[in-house]
Ligand binder design. Structure first.
Ligand SMILES: NC(=O)c1ccc[n+]([C@@H]2O[C@H](COP(=O)([O-])OP(=O)(O)OC[C@H]3O[C@@H](n4cnc5c(N)ncnc54)[C@H](O)[C@@H]3O)[C@@H](O)[C@H]2O)c1
Length: 138
């Protein structure tokens, strides 16, 4: 039986660890071609290699979702390799692998607040903004 995502291309930000890796693996098992868009380049390659070895198609792209130029490159790499973009999982975050301090709200430093907003909030918008032109074309 064919997977529900046969012929589709899915980008998973932060797909090198944790829940992102699980999203990538499950989407691949449903037939999607996967782009692991991850700050930790080594982890991105390891997950992509694991998926490719299992018979799926995956590409690792070192991506910083808080950097507009980096997410543009992510989208371009997906299109260059797979020709389309159907799914974006905005999973990357400052959370465990790039840890948040989990301080009480009045003790979070201004710098940590700014970093978290840049990755967890603005990064979601930037990554969405980078893929939407291709999605609209499709
Ligand atoms: N684990 C939980 O209990 C839980 C609960 C609620 C929400 N979440 C959310 O689920 C998502 C995944 O959580 P997780 O537990 O797998 O965390 P995790 O820290 O293991 O995974 C996050 C991934 O994002 C990557 N990343 C960090 N900054 C990045 C950046 N600037 N650009 C690209 N990639 C970057 C990290 O390298 C890591 O691979 C996060 O958005 C988190 O906020 C997790």
């Amino acid at each position: 039986m064919k997977g529900r995502l046969e012929g589709r291309v899915a980008i998973v930000t932060g797909g090198g660890h944790g829940i992102g890796k699980a999203y990538a693996t499950r989407l691949a098992s449903e037939g999607a071609k996967i782009v692991i868009a991850e700050l930790d380049e080594k982890a991105a390659h390891a997950v992509a290699q694991e998926l490719n070895a299992a018979g799926y198609e995956a590409l690792a792209v070192r991506t910083d979702v808080s950097d507009p130029a980096s997410v543009e490159k992510m989208a371009a790499a997906a299109i260059e390799r797979f020709g389309r973009i159907d799914v974006l999982v905005n999973n990357a975050a400052i959370f465990a692998t790039v840890p948040m301090s989990r301080s009480p709200f009045d003790q979070i430093t201004i710098n940590e607040w700014d970093q978290m907003m840049n990755v967890n909030v603005k990064g979601t918008w930037l990554a969405s903004r980078a893929v939407i032109p291709q999605m609209r074309k499709q």
